[in-house]
Design a protein around this ligand. Structure first.
Ligand code: GLY
Length: 309
């Protein structure tokens, strides 16, 4: 069963002209994480590699391609968590960084803190020698178009929220049975400056514990935070539910209790995994036993050899 990596490219709605690129993007990310695992790399190395790939892909709402704040700026959140030690690193409202997931890992590895925010996170990045990038390099034509369009929309409808969400993330278990998660996002479109969502919050945007499993979440951050979605799913796994059943229970509770839509990738230390969502769509891909599984629409699941184009 081991090793396994499962990635998600965001719960929400993907316009049909972008669906091919979305599927291709998550497949490429899963492959890159799997290469790390196959060569004996740790689950932490694999999830950071996979999420870096998604941050660098302008089709996803993280890194380059992030949605914009009401003022037209990019502020990003990210988290990593190591299931062996429960070590965690996160950044929130960070600007001018190409790969927030790598900065989150530096927070975990090089500080005694769990999360650095905004100006402090950028100061830390400079101290670590992480290059600053111009904000323009993180903004796509598409994200600017959506920002302009959505300034005019009613923000309170579920349909409106769906078009504004997105996150990328990954969970993995390595050949030693260690699990890890990583999640990264530009947040929700037209958010207030300084808004911090679920992604960098432990138990919300992700959680990893070798004794249970790992989860990376995507969806409406305010709703995810109210139900601590990642930890809720692991609670159900602790009670004996499978990765798939626990994911569905957590997502159903979030939908009924706070009317929030979301998606998750989940796995246990034995390599059982799930990619589940209540949103209309979620791009996902899983690599296991030299096989790639992937999908985007509800019920969709394609399977092919890991090296097949
Ligand atoms: N789930 C990403 C966000 O709401 O910020």
């Amino acid at each position: 069963m081991l090793p396994v990596v499962v990635v998600q490219g965001g719960a929400g709605y993907v316009p049909s002209e972008k669906s091919k690129a979305s599927r291709a993007g998550v497949c490429a990310a899963a492959r890159s994480g799997y290469v790390v695992l196959q060569s004996g790399g740790s689950s932490m190395d694999a999830v950071v590699e996979a999420v870096t790939k998604l941050e660098n892909n302008p089709n996803f709402n993280a890194g380059c391609g992030s949605v914009l704040t009401t003022n037209g700026n990019v502020e990003m959140d990210a988290i990593v968590m190591d299931g062996k030690t429960l070590a965690c690193g996160a950044v929130s409202a960070v600007r001018n960084i190409a790969n927030p997931v790598q900065l989150a890992r530096l927070v975990m590895d090089k500080t005694s803190h769990n999360c650095l925010t905004a100006h402090g996170a950028n100061q830390f990045a400079r101290a670590m020698g992480v290059p600053e990038v111009p904000q323009e390099s993180l903004i796509t034509e598409y994200s600017r178009m959506r920002w302009r369009k959505n300034l005019a929309d009613d923000p309170n409808t579920a349909e409106s929220q769906m078009g504004k969400m997105g996150t990328v993330g990954a969970v993995a278990v390595d050949i030693e049975g260690n699990v890890a998660c990583a999640t990264s996002t530009g947040g929700i479109l037209n958010k207030m400056e300084g808004r911090v969502g679920d992604t960098p919050c432990i138990g919300c945007g992700g959680f990893a514990d070798n004794q249970v499993g790992a989860v990376s979440t995507t969806g409406h951050g305010e709703a995810i935070m109210k139900v601590t979605l990642a930890r809720l799913i692991l609670f159900h796994m602790e009670q004996g539910q499978s990765a798939e059943a626990a994911s569905d229970l957590g997502l159903a509770y979030m939908k009924s209790r706070v009317q929030g839509l979301a998606g998750v990738v989940t796995l246990d230390p034995h390599g059982h995994w799930a990619a589940r969502f209540t949103s209309p769509q979620m791009a996902w891909a899983a690599a296991q036993k030299d096989t790639l599984h992937y999908g985007l629409l509800a019920g969709e699941r394609f399977t092919q050899g890991i090296d097949e184009p």
